[in-house]
Design a protein around this ligand. Sequence first.
Ligand SMILES: *[C@@H]1O[C@H](CO)[C@@H](O)[C@H](O)[C@H]1NC(C)=O
Ligand SMILES: *[C@@H]1O[C@H](CO)[C@@H](O)[C@H](O)[C@H]1NC(C)=O
Length: 315
Amino acid sequence: MRSSIIISFCFANPFLTLAYDTPFAFKARPTIENRTIDDIYQAALAEGGVVTAWHGGDEKNQQDALKKAFEERFPGMTLNITVDVSKYHNGLIDEQLANGNLYVDSAILQTLHDYPRWKEAGALLHYAPLDFDKIHTSFRDIHAAYYGVNIFGWNIDFADFLDPNLRDRIVLTYPNDDDAVLYTFDLIMQQLGAGWFDDLLLQNPRWVRGSATPTSLIDQANNKGAAIFKDAPHPESTKLLHNFLISKEYLETTPRWTVRTDAPAHFPKIFDELYTNVNVFADWMADRERVERLRFWFEKQIGTPQGLSPLEDDL
Ligand SMILES: *[C@@H]1O[C@H](CO)[C@@H](O)[C@H](O)[C@H]1NC(C)=O
Ligand SMILES: *[C@@H]1O[C@H](CO)[C@@H](O)[C@H](O)[C@H]1NC(C)=O
């Protein structure tokens, strides 16, 4: 008996605080939206017409265009959107979930590793918006708990940063403050070696917080995820937002890469880009131990991020 007690003790994981293992409810099958977007709109209005979304980003007004587009398309609706860096949003959402006082309906974040975790905890609504099957399979969870909604890409020649004319004129985001920037530095340096970074430091760049700030932006290809919480206070309004986010009518307003396979012809499909693989980012983000070691490598070279949150600075 004694040995079996010891064995069960060893298997108890002190970090696993779930009361039960949600996959064994065998209830992952999503609700598939079968109403028209205008029917969802009527349901959303009847519910009160507000959706609270937390969006990753580094300037408060960064999603004003989305808010405007949504509210113009659906008069009477309010998109109550708050932008902050994803790595701050997620912890506050965890706090709400843990305390049973969730007031966020929708999370649209760069921290892609949060979504599978929230799904396992049973915190996400399994809901497929209209045209869900048009999202590329690699961008969507098979149970429609989360999916990609937008893609950012780069087209910068990184050797350009070493141009002598740019000395003292480069403004860059601390790679040890933003994982998407850290990812980009990792990609560049796996190709060009650590010497590229030494040469970059000789250019005397100015390091700032927030990737919306830099004038010489190192951009990257990655995607933001999106999920609706199971206990979202405004389910119908949130469904309306998510249907809108992946709708052709919204995505076609600006030429851009999209998570949809039926991308508008005037912009190439992301998978036709030769040097980009957006999906690598999700795996990269999930390896938190590697991310942390890399972050501290950069911190050793350039110090800890200085200054206020990018949302509070005046840059
Ligand atoms: C539409 O979906 C709802 C919820 O999943 C379901 O109850 C209903 O039967 C469906 N209606 C049709 C016409 O398929
Ligand atoms: C709008 O969002 C803020 C911040 O997330 C929240 O405190 C507030 O309660 C929301 N307002 C409504 C009307 O839901």
